[in-house]
Design a protein around this ligand. Structure first.
Ligand code: ARG
Ligand code: GLU
Length: 698
């Protein structure tokens, strides 16, 4: 039975209502369109992606390169997650104007807050350019030769592409380098903060509830795109005007219920769905555990200090969230892989693959792939762990080590070419200023103490009392003078002296060995993908996520995380009140919200059962980067905002299992309820288009 389920996932009959996969929006005609219809969709492939007419894709923007956002009014109003706009909300916050704590609402256009370097990018069109990019590539080239020809072909082709002056192009690899697509894009750079709920709504439940269901987080924030007088992308200017989009999403007040079709349209970051069993084992049994331990050690310090001081809380809010997020995800990923017996199932699949190779006479061509993976991964595992541990300690958790790392890069750049001095010094100054904007030496020293033992036995905490880097003025002073003086002072600095040999070892040995051992694995993965498609041509292959625009679809569904437990797919405001712990840093509830609940003052936002829905679950196959993606109903209306997955299902990055993998969305009616009833920002509601597709009310 188990085996059967697994087969269903990989080798499927194409007409049934399959789920899972992140599909290329320009290629939905045929199989995907049929599957979507079978799941209840009324949309055509052209409604979703059309080059000649406006379509849903014109409302979907890549938010700052890492999240997704969507246009929800004809005046460029944008919806994304609170955690996606967190950095911007934080940067406008201070102890006096604590927008993290109290929320922020611009009551008119001139109160909307500009954000330096924030951007939103739309996809104008997508083209298959595999032939052009792979022209001249042959099997007897080395991997390096192949890659440089691919890069050259891709650059040459991009120069010939028809596009407007203000548009850009990029080429991305799909199916592990078996296909290439070109994207013509439009990037807007004047993006202003319009509104955000208090953290007690936008991040309700914080780390305790992160990655889990039942969930009650109102994880949303609003921005607005501004464009120049011709409605084109432009740098910030007070003369810019709200952007008039090609399409914006109408918002359904009717919601969805269990079994209803949903589609999530966004920019998933990275998945690895076609790994061999040996790789899944390496990741979950060896790689994840050490990285989990390092982050846990860092969080112990950061969490404690954030609770002690509001100043530290504001400074470290964003950083803490980033560290804690992947930490908890990896734990869930390991649990899911183990619980669903993913390794055993992947081995069973590999047996099917091997059998197909035999039957099709492909053994000579591909018969060694799996055993080669075994050999390569065995050799690769220790260096992969070591390299990642370095990154976790030097670049993710400890800030002093990060500063020395950037200083080392400056030194190397100067040595390579003294002419670089001013440029690379300026870059380092920028980095140091950025870190010190939110730096607390007490926190960082504690983190150093806790994480360094995972990488280096010699933990010299005393460097904190001697180095210039823990104080911005002193650090900048160290960078005064000519190149020679600067390098001399730098090499006398206690922290730099401590870190430099470790960083040198990283560059000269660790990273080098990692690259050498990783390259054949990447090449073999490309070959494996080719082999899979040849040996099992009727399977349902979708390309791994690569931060490009994708469609994933499914239905609203609850799930059973363990024996005798079933999670309903919808949570309600009542559940927020159930979780309420007065004054708690994770589960406090704003007074106003308690009052609205008590008075049942729900406006038009309650469900037919009289309750305000907060979050709901679906079988949409999402990953990091899908945060802020719209959940769209059968008719193309916005019904929710994707922001998370359930813990048991975070393994979907390697192993999507429709039984327990669920994405978590905030119901758009909760968003509107907060905007309207809680914040009183009714002018924003007025600018949206609210519809009733189920009840046909006007
Ligand atoms: N887990 C979600 C995502 O992967 C939400 C993260 C933000 N929330 C938080 N409590 N840290 O990014
Ligand atoms: N919260 C994630 C993000 O920032 C989405 C959740 C996931 O990884 O599925 O993109």
């Amino acid at each position: 039975m188990r085996f059967l389920k697994f087969l269903l996932l990989f080798i499927t009959i194409q007409v049934s209502a399959q789920q899972g996969g992140m599909w290329i929006p320009s290629l939905l005609e045929g199989m995907n369109e049929t599957e979507m219809t079978n799941l209840g969709s009324k949309l055509t492939a052209k409604d979703i992606y059309d080059v000649n007419n406006s379509s849903l894709k014109d409302a979907i923007g890549h938010f700052n390169g890492g999240c997704t956002s969507e246009v929800i009014s004809d005046q460029g109003l944008i919806l994304t997650n609170h955690h996606c706009g967190f950095g911007q909300i934080q940067s406008h916050s201070s102890l006096e104007n604590d927008y993290l704590k109290d929320g922020f609402w611009a009551m008119s256009l001139d109160e909307e807050l500009p954000n330096e370097s924030l951007f939103i990018e739309f996809i104008v069109r997508i083209e298959d350019v595999t032939t052009q990019v792979l022209a001249g590539v042959t099997d007897n080239m080395t991997e390096k030769e192949k890659q440089s020809l691919i890069d050259r072909n891709s650059n040459t082709y991009q120069k010939t592409v028809a596009k407007e002056d203000w548009q850009d192009t990029k080429v991305k690899s799909f199916y592990e380098g078996n296909q290439y697509f070109l994207f013509v894009t439009e990037r807007f750079e004047d993006i202003r903060l319009v509104g955000a709920p208090p953290t007690s709504i936008g991040k309700f439940g914080s780390d305790t509830d992160n990655w889990v269901f039942p969930r009650h987080t109102g994880d949303f924030a609003m921005f607005r795109i501004y464009a120049d007088a011709n409605n084109r992308p432009a740098k910030y200017s007070k003369d810019n005007k709200p952007y008039k989009p090609k399409h914006f999403l109408p918002i359904s007040l009717d919601g969805v219920e269990e079994g209803d079709f949903t589609m999530v349209f966004g920019f998933p970051g990275r998945t690895a769905e076609y790994l061999p069993a040996v790789a899944i084992q390496h990741i979950t049994e060896e790689f994840n555990p050490t990285n989990i331990a390092i982050r846990e050690a860092a969080l112990k310090v950061i969490d404690a200090k954030m609770k002690e001081s509001d100043a530290v809380r504001i400074k470290y809010a964003s950083k803490q969230a980033r560290i804690a997020n992947a930490w908890k995800k990896w734990i869930g990923e390991n649990l899911g892989i183990e619980k669903s017996d993913a390794v055993t199932k992947r081995r069973a699949f590999e047996a099917t693959f091997t059998k197909a190779l035999k039957e099709k006479g492909l053994e000579d061509k591909y018969g060694n792939i799996l055993s080669d993976f075994d050999t390569l991964y065995k050799d690769f595992a220790p260096i992969n762990i070591k390299r990642r541990n370095f990154i976790e300690v030097f670049l993710v958790t400890n800030e002093l080590m990060q500063m020395t790392f950037r200083a080392y890069q400056m030194e190397e750049a100067i040595k390579a070419d003294p002419e670089n001095f001013e440029k690379v010094k300026a870059r380092l100054v920028g980095t140091l200023q950025g870190i010190h904007k939110n730096y607390d030496v007490g926190v960082d020293k504690g983190v150093f103490n806790n994480v360094m033992p995972f990488y280096n036995k010699n933990v010299e905490t005393s460097i904190y009392d001697k180095t210039a880097f823990t104080n911005l003025d002193q650090a900048l002073k160290l960078l005064e003078g000519n190149a020679k003086d600067v390098l001399k002072k730098l090499n006398k600095d206690a922290a730099y002296k401590y870190a430099k040999p470790l960083i040198e070892d990283f560059y000269n040995n660790i990273d080098k060995e990692y690259q050498e051992k990783n390259q054949p694995i990447t090449a073999l993965q490309t070959k494996y993908m080719t082999a899979l498609m040849e040996a099992l041509p009727n399977a349902r292959y979708f390309p791994d996520a690569n931060s490009t625009l994708r469609v994933t679809y499914g239905q609203v569904r609850g799930y059973s995380p363990r024996d005798a437990v079933y999670y309903n797919p919808v949570s309600y405001l009542d559940g927020v009140i159930e979780k309420y712990v007065p004054g708690d840093y994770e589960f406090d509830v704003p007074e106003k919200l308690l009052e609205l609940h008590k008075n049942k003052d729900f406006g038009q936002y309650a469900d037919s059962n009289g309750k305000v829905p907060v979050c709901f679950l679906g079988t949409n196959h999402t990953t990091g980067g899908n945060s802020g993606s719209p959940a769209i109903d059968a008719h193309g209306n916005l019904v929710g905002l994707n922001f998370d997955r359930v813990w048991e299902g975070t393994m979907s990055d390697m192993n999507y299992d429709p039984e327990i993998c669920r994405n978590i969305m905030v119901d758009v009616r909760y968003v509107l309820f907060i905007v309207d009833k809680f914040a009183g920002a009714t002018h924003l509601i007025d600018e949206m288009k609210l519809v009733h597709p189920k009840t046909n009310k006007q």
